[in-house]
Structure formats: structure tokens, C-alpha cells
Design a protein. Structure first.
Ligand SMILES: [Mg+2]
Length: 349
């Protein structure tokens, strides 16, 4: 096996690269309460917590302007960052937006992108407070940083889940992935034959899940009202398998989830059937749903059941039990991490 230093990026994968680059980082300031390794960094200013998270989106890697409207892209760039603040059980307050723009884009186009950014700021009641702009040689580059806050007693990390805790998820999964499959399929047919009319009818929900996702700003309030505090939490950006494994790694646990308990929208199921793929591929490995995946103590079972829109999909086990997905017929498979987006792209490059 190749030495770590000589391994290529595609061998390392997204998570391996992060590990290799950040292994030796030490935090010098006691106020840097949490650095790399969670949805957001946590800074402690004399008991007042600030959350910081940042995301980079590149044309050709994360989005394709042939079928992604710029306004939607602006909206999504903000929302994906807010999702990371909600994943800490925090409240986002501000964003900065930096862009690198190629000369092929018009002012109108950039204004459309900003319309989406401003719409997200209105919708989530946050302020756009700065950023930077530059020329770009290779397509559109977007970097958004979100800042937020959380009460010290409310903050939830990836670390904290224990054996016996229940694994819960909001909303439904796999929709954004199937939306992407549909857009890519129709785009391919259109490229082959420009007279082709893309067939998108009947798939409004999964298209929106992909193009204009929403972050779960409501969960924090619902949990507070239901008197439940998660023991760990993450947002579903890379896919259920990868994101649950992040929680397990940080918490030192194993996990067992039940495939038939994973919530799936009817459009996700319908398209999966049409494309002859298992909906489990979309729910386990598809990313970008921006739902919240969290664990609660077993004694909160009754309380969590009372909160609408939450599915209990499994339980945390001992680390020695591994990570399993159980199907209706009781057969099991090992759950595997798939940093689906960048990993897949790196393999193509
Ligand atoms: Mg995240």
C-alpha cells in the first residue's frame, strides 16, 4: 500500500485529505473551544459562544450552470452553511459571501445570484455583512461563511452519543440525490438532441430538494418545546451513511439502522423505480438533503415520538458492534462512508 504522503487525492478521498491536513493542528487559545471536526467551530468569548462554518462551491464540481438557475444557487450557497449552524443547535446571525467570477457572466447573472443570497437572508433572518470578489479563470467560485450563536447549555456536538441512544432524522432522505439524477439524465438527453424537451413533470419536490433546499431552522425550537436535548447532531450533507459515521467516530460508538424506517418521499421512490435503482442507494448514500440527524437518550423515546416530522431510524450500539443497516428480511449490510460529491468528482478527474 502506498505511503500516506504519496497517495493521490482520489485514493485519500475527501475525509482522508481533511485528516491528513489537520492531524497536527493544535488550538492555542482557550476560547477556541472546538476547531476542525464538527459542523461548525465553537468560539467562547467569556461564556458567549460564537459558531463559525464555511463552505466552498465550485462550478463543475458542486454545480452545473447549464441546469442550475443562479438565483437558486445563491439561495443554496447560504442555506447549506446555515444548516451547519442549526446542526450545532445554534442560531445563525450573519454570513459573508465571496465569489470568483469568470468574465463570461454578465452583471445581470451576478445580480440574479445575489437575489438568491438576499432571499435566503430574508427567509432565515440573517445579515449579509461582507465578503470579497475576484476574477476567476475557471468558472464560478463561491465561498460562504456563516456565523451564529448558541447558549452553552444548548449546544450539541457530533460527540456525545452513547450506546442505546436512539438515532433520529427530520423530514425525508434521498430526494436531493434523485433530483440530481433527474437533472443530469435530462441534461444528457438534451445535449444529445437540442430539440429534446426535458421531462421534469411530476418531480417538483425532488427538483426543489436539489436546487433550492431548506435548512431545518425549526428543529431547535421543537426540541426545546418538547424538552429533549440531543446527545449528538449533524446535518445530512454527505449522505446518511457518511454523516452517521461521523457521529459514531466522534462519539466512539457503533450503530444499527433499519432501512424500512428511513423516511422516503413518494417522488424519490417513484424515480428510483423508474431508473431501476434501490431507493436505499439514494437514502443511504445520496447527500444534500440538509435534514438533521441526531441521537437522543433512550429515556426520551416518548417525548421524541410526540414531535411531528421526526423518524426514529435506529439505535447506537457499542463500537465493537460495527455499523449495520438491517433490512425488512432481517439481512444486514455494513454501512460505508461515501463523501459522495467531491469523492465522486475526484475519481472522474
Ligand atoms: Mg455539516
Amino acid at each position: 500500500m502506498a505511503d500516506k504522503k504519496t497517495r493521490t487525492l482520489s485514493e485519500l478521498g475527501e475525509f482522508g485529505l481533511i485528516r491528513a491536513l489537520t492531524d497536527d493542528i493544535i488550538l492555542r487559545h482557550p476560547g477556541s473551544r472546538k476547531g476542525i471536526g464538527d459542523d461548525a467551530a465553537v468560539l467562547d468569548h467569556n461564556g458567549f459562544l460564537t459558531l463559525v462554518t464555511t463552505d466552498l462551491l465550485l462550478e463543475g464540481i458542486h454545480f452545473d450552470l447549464t441546469y442550475v438557475p443562479l438565483k437558486h444557487l445563491g439561495y443554496k450557497s447560504v442555506v447549506v452553511n446555515l444548516s451547519d449552524i442549526y446542526a450545532m443547535n445554534g442560531t445563525p446571525l450573519q454570513v459573508t459571501v465571496s465569489i470568483g467570477v469568470s468574465s463570461k457572466l454578465s452583471l445581470n447573472a451576478i445580480e440574479e445570484f445575489y437575489k438568491g443570497i438576499k432571499l435566503a437572508c430574508n427567509q432565515y433572518e440573517i445579515d449579509l455583512i461582507g465578503g470579497d470578489t475576484s476574477a476567476s479563470v475557471n468558472g464560478l467560485i463561491i465561498s460562504v461563511t456563516a456565523l451564529g450563536t448558541a447558549q452553552p447549555q444548548q449546544i450539541v456536538y457530533r460527540k456525545g452519543a452513547k450506546k442505546g441512544d436512539l438515532i433520529c432524522v427530520t423530514g425525508d432522505l434521498g430526494g436531493a440525490y434523485m433530483g440530481l439524477m433527474l437533472l443530469e439524465q435530462e441534461n444528457k438527453l438534451f445535449r444529445k438532441d437540442p430539440a429534446y424537451k426535458p421531462q421534469l413533470d411530476g418531480y417538483q419536490y425532488i427538483l426543489e430538494r436539489q436546487l433550492k433546499p431548506e435548512a431545518r431552522k425549526d428543529l431547535g425550537r421543537m426540541l426545546l418545546a418538547g424538552r429533549v436535548k440531543p446527545t449528538s447532531m449533524i446535518d445530512v450533507s454527505d449522505g446518511l451513511s457518511s454523516d452517521l459515521l461521523h457521529i459514531c467516530e466522534a462519539s466512539g460508538t457503533g450503530s444499527r439502522i433499519f432501512a424500512d424506517r428511513i423516511p422516503v418521499h413518494s417522488e424519490t421512490r417513484k424515480l428510483a423505480e423508474q431508473l431501476r435503482i434501490s431507493p436505499n442507494v439514494a437514502t443511504l448514500n445520496g447527500g444534500e438533503d440538509y435534514e438533521l440527524l441526531f441521537t437522543v437518550a433512550h429515556e426520551d423515546f416518548a417525548r421524541i415520538q410526540l414531535i411531528e416530522g421526526i423518524s426514529i431510524i435506529g439505535m447506537m450500539t457499542g463500537r465493537e458492534d460495527g455499523h449495520l443497516v438491517e433490512f425488512e428480511d432481517k439481512s444486514t449490510i455494513l454501512m460505508e462512508a461515501q463523501g459522495w460529491n467531491a469523492k465522486q468528482k475526484w475519481e472522474e478527474l
